[in-house]
Design a protein around this ligand. Structure first.
Ligand code: XIL
Length: 302
């Protein structure tokens, strides 16, 4: 097929992008997004600060704009994200202890209930592990409510939307030999053994020269899948340009394709000029909307 989404679909997978609501009136942007991708993540509009700006006052207008664009164009939605230490509304940042635990669970329940039936997979919990060699949980107000906060969030999400796949999502978990990867693996193993509802693990996959695509990526994805979860590449971008960037993108696609339970890949934006990265050219289309070498490499590999 001649587009990323259609080519991925031929092998039973999807190819998605993050969409920023503020760009939906840019016709070059929407033309590319609609043509190439068949899975959509809201870049910011379903996060905690966007959906619950004041405690117990939920606003879904920005999230709905993206959800409606996706659904009306025949695309599926990944929900991003229900519980996270970052982009919390100010009221939540100030909370702690059991009141924070209750507020977090209420948020998970209300947002997942609102979008019930529309979401293919939710990133229920995002970025809960520390970087570096400790293998520890990330210190955060949520973590300080008790180590069981992650499983509590997953149970609340399952109750609210029993048909959505429930994912744990993180970054720097691509290299199998890294402590953070091992720590997330042990959590998923523990959840599966105790019947905590988890269906998938998302690998953000933000790569750069200091954090390149690992040569053992296939091993990481395969080992997680062997625990009985789907795996997905959820926020892919790769700093660089030209053939070296293209080759790294190709390698990520190949790693996913080599694992039966790797169900899809999402890039974190459309054009380089849409990227969250302050500088650089990490995406598949240049700032003029033209296909880059990385695009050609991905399409050829799909
Ligand atoms: C980023 C967005 O792209 C930016 O627009 C925003 O300012 C900050 O968040 N990990 C995630 C995403 O899970 O939600 C982040 O998105 C990028 C890193």
């Amino acid at each position: 097929a001649s587009t990323l989404g259609a080519s991925a679909a031929e092998r039973g997978r999807y190819f998605g992008t993050a969409i920023a609501g503020g760009r939906l009136n840019d016709s070059q942007y929407t033309t590319i997004a609609n043509r190439e991708f068949n899975m959509i993540s809201a870049e910011n509009e379903m996060k905690l600060d966007a959906t619950e700006p004041n405690q117990n006052q939920f606003t879904f207008s920005a999230g709905d704009r993206i959800a409606n664009w996706a659904i009306s164009n025949g695309k599926r939605l990944r929900g991003h994200t229900l519980a996270w230490h970052s982009q919390q509304p100010a009221w939540m940042q100030r909370m702690e202890g059991s009141s924070l635990r209750q507020a977090m669970l209420n948020h998970v329940t209300r947002v997942a209930t609102y979008y019930r039936g529309k979401i293919y997979a939710w990133d229920v919990v995002n970025e809960a592990f520390a970087d570096g060699s400790s293998g520890a949980r990330r210190d955060s107000n949520l973590q300080r409510t008790g180590n069981d906060w992650i499983e509590a969030a997953f149970r609340a999400a399952r109750t609210a939307d029993p048909n959505a796949k429930l994912c744990y999502n993180d970054y720097n978990t691509d290299n199998w030999s890294h402590a953070k990867t091992q720590a997330v693996y042990r959590m998923v193993q523990d959840f599966k053994s105790r019947g905590v509802p988890i269906d998938c693990v998302g690998f953000q996959a933000h790569f750069n020269s200091g954090n390149p695509v690992p040569s053992n990526y296939h091993t990481t994805l395969q080992n997680f899948a062997a625990l009985g979860v789907d795996v997905q590449i959820t926020e892919l971008d790769i700093e660089g340009s030209g053939s070296s960037q293209a080759e790294q993108y190709r390698g990520v696609v190949q790693a996913c394709q080599s694992v039966a339970r790797c169900t899809g890949i999402t890039v974190w934006g459309v054009r380089d000029s849409d990227s969250w990265r302050a500088s650089g050219t990490p995406l598949l289309f240049n700032g003029n909307g033209q296909k880059k070498a990385a695009y050609d490499a991905v399409l050829a590999q799909l």
